[in-house]
Every structure is written in C-alpha cells, then in structure tokens.
Write a protein that binds this ligand. Structure first.
Ligand code: UDX
Ligand code: UDX
Ligand code: ADP
Length: 484
C-alpha cells in the first residue's frame, strides 16, 4: 500500500496545523481533516481560522480545496482513508476514578469505535494525541473486537511535539519525528508507510522508530522534563529574590554547561498550556497505579512548584501594594499562556488574576490575541470561582493598553508578548495612580528605564530595592547575604 488518502480526526491545535503541513508538503496525498464540531469546521473553511499560529493561514490558503479539506463528514473520510490520525483532545479527567489526574480517553475510544464501524478495507490508525502509556493497546482491543471480515488495522504511536506559537516551524523543522509500532512484519510495514509521508520533507536521520510503548512514554517524559526545567529555574528564582542574586545571570551561567543547555531556563510566573500540567498529572497517576509512589511524588513536585510560583507572585503584588488591592484598579498585560498564541488553557494569568480578584482588585485586562469572551469565560468558570457575578463586575477587557492603565495602581505583565516591550511607559506613568507599580512576571521589560521613569518595579528572580528584599524575608533574613 502507498498512502494516498489521509484522514485526521480532530481539527484542533494539533490536528489542524499538522495536517495542513502534511497537505502542503505532500501534494500527492489527499488530506481530510474532520471534527464533530460544525463550528470548528466552518471556521477552518473561513478566512478567520479557529486558532492563531504564525504562517498557518498561508499554508491553509495554498492547500485548502487542492488536497486539504475540512469536513464534518467523519464517516465518509474514514472510509476513504488509508491512514487515520487520531488528534482528539485528551483532557485531565474531571470525574470518576483518576479525577483531576488521569487522562480522559473517552474521545479516543469514540474514534476507535467509529473507525471499526465504518471501515471497509485495511487501515493504519495513528495515535497523535498525548495518551497514557499503553493507550494504543486499548485502541487495538476495541478495533480487533469490532473488526469486520476482510478488514485489518495496524496501530501506530506518532506523538506530536509542536509547541504553540511556533507550530508551523516545529512541523517543518522537527528535532525528531517519533514513530512507535508493533514489533512484527505488519507493524514494520505500517511504520514504513508513515515514514514515507514524513520523508517528503524530514531528513531520514530525524525519523526515529521505537516500540509503541516507548513512543508513548517518550511523549509524556519529554513534556515532564521540559516542565521540570521551568520549575527548577523558578525554584531558583525564589532563592534569588530572597538573597539578592539575579536569576537571569544564574540561568545564563548554568545553561552554558553543555550538559545542561540554555533552553527552557527562563524563570517566569509559571508554565501553562494544555500539555505540561496534564501530562505531569498523567505521569503521576500512572506511577501511582503501578505502585511507584516515589516516582509519583518526584513528578508531583514539579507541578506543586508551578502552583507555588504563580501564587507567590500574586501574593507579592498584594504585599507591595501596601497589603491591599481591594477596589484598586490593576492593568493586566497578557492573558494567553505564552506569546504568539490566543490559547489560555492552564494560563498562569488565569490563576494570578483569580487570586487578585479574590482580594477584591479590579482588573483591566489587555491581550493582543485572546478574545474578550474567552477571558470572561475563563475567569468566571466554576473551577476558578463560585462568585461569577462578583467577578464579572470586577473585570474589564480593553482593546487599548493605554486605556487599560488609566487610573491604575499597577501594571502586571503575565504574558511575554513582544509588543509590551515597545509601549510608551512614560505616557502610561502619567495617567496612573502614584506610586505607580510594575510587576513583570515575564522579565521582559527594561527595568532600569522603568525605575528611572518613577515606577516601583518588581520582577521574577530579582529584587531592585533593599526594602522589598527585607520585607519578603522578614526577621529571618541573614544580614550577611545582602550588601546594598
Ligand atoms: C560533578 C560535576 O559534573 C562537575 O561539574 C563538578 O565540578 C563536580 O561534580 P563528578 O562528581 O566528578 O563531577 O562526576 P560526574 O561525571 O558529574 O558524575 C556524577 C555522578 O553521576 C556519577 O556517579 C555518575 O556515574 C552519575 N551519572 C552521571 C549518572 O548516573 N548518569 C548520567 O547521565 C551522568
Ligand atoms: C509544549 C511542548 O514544548 C511541546 O513540545 C508539546 O508538544 C506541547 O507542550 P506548548 O505548551 O505549546 O508546548 O508551549 P511551551 O513553549 O513548551 O511553553 C509551555 C509553558 O512554559 C508556557 O507557559 C511558557 O511560558 C512556559 N515557559 C517555557 C517558561 O516559563 N519558561 C521557559 O523557559 C519556557
Ligand atoms: P488538541 O490541543 O489536542 O489538538 P483541541 O481541543 O484543540 O485539542 O482539539 C481536539 C478536537 O477534537 C476538537 O475540535 C474536538 O471537537 C474534536 N473531537 C473530539 N472528539 C471527537 C470525535 N469523537 N470525533 C471528531 N472530533 C472529535
């Protein structure tokens, strides 16, 4: 078999960009991306795509209608396909056994059942969603228990490593493409088919093949390691704030060691995004189920440190603003979980805002990409507050950052958008309440310049004033550690 027809179930952050790039790079393959949501498909077929990714629009424009199609006709697309990607969401379970930790596989199971029901010929089924180790085994069971005569399936694991905001670049120039398959002749043949697709643009040495289980675990481990690096440097940032060291200098010195490397060492208000938290909790849950409590505790600490970091930042804001933010307006810059995306899933901004709202602050929120309705939805959802009406009255979403800071006591930077560096902070200072504060949770602004303008400036992993240092350290602060 040579793959001519690909179907991708799930037109989300993973399925949409991945299949757009496959269609772009493989004009000899027909790609159908399907979703149960009519709204999603309508958006993919419109001028305003449902997700924002640099360069995605250009790729879609070039291929859509040529060999890339977005449709709700799931069954027809599955029937016609030689190879099917499953790219549906696998959120953390919110009910039942494993609630709050295990991955919810109900969408994956639904896909497997639909594939078994409608398939007429032989097919390769590729799990792309991040799933717990041995999920491919469950898919195999469902498929084989429901397979019609004359039909056979091969299941592969091909996790996606793209990061939001750089999805197209990551897809075009991947560090590696990982394909896990059954260790048999039929398994190897299926791996060869998928490899052939990637060979259209990925150099062969970057395509790695492993067993299915190793592939699944590698995805969870990769995200856990990345999250662990961020939590490690965030833990060091707390030490820096208490001692007078500068976390940027420490990260730079540590990262110069080629055994450690310099990437993913930027201290911040905490990591967010749909993957890190979910995959860590998933790993913890798997370790617990396998009776490996020490392993579970080790990875749990990475997410605990993340919660600590964002809570610590919110508390510092309140503390600096004379221990009360009730009825004070604060301008919040950034709501997305990182720059160049409109995605707010697990964004640390949500949690910092929620903490400030609990303290009674009024928040004037500005984000260049996140929709107003999304911010309102996030801050009033039941997981964050049981007082949605009170929250609604306390938040206002702005299109203009200069309006957001009017009469505000402080600017709070929660996403590292490049445009924030270019704002006219002199103009902002003039219309703010005094003393005016800046809390830079992403370490992106020119702090010296802000201090010169008269801002009381606070950032992650560094203290600018002896007072703030002493305040945070209390009476236990060792005098020898700080020379002004
Ligand atoms: C270490 C640091 O590498 C060095 O920079 C510092 O100055 C002193 O401490 P050292 O203790 O001599 O050097 O050895 P190193 O090669 O780092 O190994 C330390 C331990 O880790 C050894 O027991 C080694 O077997 C183990 N190790 C190292 C692993 O188990 N796995 C690895 O991947 C690397
Ligand atoms: C991540 C993985 O990078 C990607 O390989 C995987 O496929 C999905 O999960 P993503 O969540 O899109 O991608 O973003 P990423 O760039 O990894 O950032 C995650 C979070 O960590 C963001 O909130 C970011 O701001 C934060 N971060 C990242 C830091 O705080 N410091 C850093 O040094 C790096
Ligand atoms: P991810 O970040 O993993 O891509 P998203 O939530 O962005 O997750 O996208 C997953 C998509 O999968 C959603 O658009 C959802 O509607 C779709 N989906 C979930 N279950 C099914 C299903 N059984 N059939 C078709 N589409 C599905």
């Amino acid at each position: 078999m040579v793959v001519k027809n690909v179907c991708c179930i799930g037109a989300g952050y993973v399925g949409g960009p991945t299949c757009s790039v496959i269609a772009w790079k493989c004009p000899d393959i027909q790609v159908h991306v399907v979703d149960k949501s009519e709204m999603r498909i309508k958006q993919w077929n419109s001028d305003k795509l449902p997700i924002y990714e640099p360069d995605l629009e250009d790729v879609v424009r070039e291929c859509r209608g040529r060999n890339l199609f977005f449709t709700n006709n799931i069954e027809a697309a599955i029937k016609a396909a030689d190879l099917i990607f499953i790219s549906v969401n696998t959120p953390t379970k919110t009910y039942g056994i494993g609630k709050g930790r295990a991955a919810d596989l109900k969408h994956i199971e639904m896909c497997a059942r639909t594939i078994a029901e409608v398939s007429e010929g032989n097919k390769i089924v590729v799990e792309k969603s991040t799933v717990p180790v041995r999920a491919a085994e469950s898919i195999t069971h469902i498929l084989s228990a429901n397979t019609k005569p004359g039909v056979s399936f091969q299941i592969l694991s091909n996790p996606e490593f793209l990061a939001e905001g750089t999805a197209i670049d990551n897809l075009l120039n991947p560090d590696r493409v990982l394909i896990g398959g059954e260790e048999s002749e039929a398994g190897a043949a299926a791996v060869a088919e998928l490899t052939w697709i990637y060979n259209h643009w990925v150099p062969p040495e970057r395509i790695i093949t492993t067993s299915t289980w190793s592939s699944e675990l590698s995805k969870l481990a990769s995200n856990a390691f990345l999250a662990q690096r961020v939590s490690s440097i965030n833990a060091i940032s707390a030490l820096c704030e208490a001692t007078g060291a500068d976390v940027t200098q420490v990260a730079s010195a540590v990262g110069k060691d080629s055994r450690i490397g310099s990437k993913f060492l930027t201290a911040s208000v905490g990591f967010g995004g749909s993957c890190f938290q979910k995959d860590l909790l998933n790993l913890v849950y798997i370790a617990e189920c396998l009776n490996l409590p020490e392993v579970a505790m080790y990875w749990q600490q990475v997410t605990d440190m993340n919660v600590y970091q964002r809570t610590r930042f919110a508390k510092r804001i309140v503390e600096c603003l004379f221990n009360t933010v009730a009825d004070k307006s604060l301008a919040v810059f950034g709501f997305a979980f990182k720059k160049n995306t409109g995605d707010t899933r697990e964004s640390p901004a949500k949690y910092v805002c929620s903490h400030l709202l609990e303290e009674g602050a009024r928040l004037n929120i500005y984000d260049p990409k996140v929709e107003k309705i999304q911010i309102e939805h996030d801050l009033t959802c039941p997981t964050l507050t049981n007082e949605p009406e009170r929250v609604k009255k306390l938040i206002e979403i702005f299109d203009d950052p200069y309006e957001a800071v009017r009469d505000a006591h402080a600017i709070v930077v929660l996403t590292e958008w490049d445009e924030f560096k270019k704002f006219d902070y002199k103009r902002m200072h003039e219309v703010m309440k005094k003393p005016a504060f800046v809390f830079d949770g992403r370490k992106i602004l020119d702090h010296k310049a802000l201090i010169k303008l008269g801002f009381h400036t606070e950032t992650i992993g560094k203290r600018f004033t002896r007072n703030s240092l002493l305040r945070s350290s209390g009476e236990h602060f060792p005098a020898f550690a700080w020379t002004p």
